[in-house]
Write a new protein. Structure first.
Length: 151
């Protein structure tokens, strides 16, 4: 039996003070107007698996402080992102500033889950990646698609 993501929970993370996203299918599509939290959800998933949000690091990030940006604007607590799995009812979480992932699941189930899934950068597509993909010529589009999937 394989594990599936049942819920993604955000506490004090960016613009999401306390939000839980229950997944009822195989895919997650995020739609909404400006300032509604779409990027915060994607950032939260990246933070959970990677411990940081790449777009707030390195070239082009200017004077943005990763540690400041990750906190909810009202800062009532430490930012936390948690994924709850089914059928084991296990969970994987990360709290900002505390270091490693916190596992409430057997190490073998977690390792099996990680081994079967691509790295986080392979499944988080941002607006500029999608627009660049759409405007490329057909042959380049196929090559980028293969690269994005990590194949």
């Amino acid at each position: 039996m394989s594990e599936k993501v049942r819920e993604i929970s955000f506490k004090y993370f960016r613009g999401l003070p306390d939000y839980t996203c229950t997944l009822k299918g195989k895919n997650l599509l995020i739609l909404g107007g400006n300032g509604k939290g779409k990027s915060a959800i994607v950032d939260g998933i990246e933070f959970l698996f990677d411990g940081k949000i790449r777009r707030f690091h390195g070239e082009g990030s200017g004077r943005i402080s990763h540690d400041t940006v990750i906190c909810h604007v009202l800062r009532h607590g430490k930012p936390k992102v948690e994924i709850r799995l089914t059928p084991s009812n296990g969970s994987i979480s990360r709290i900002h500033g505390t270091g490693d992932l916190s596992l409430n699941i057997s190490e073998s189930i977690f390792q099996s889950y990680i081994d079967k899934h691509p790295p986080v950068e392979a499944f988080i597509l941002r607006r500029n990646q999608i627009l660049e993909f759409i405007t490329n010529q057909e042959a380049k589009r196929y090559q980028k698609f293969i690269r994005l999937l990590g194949l």
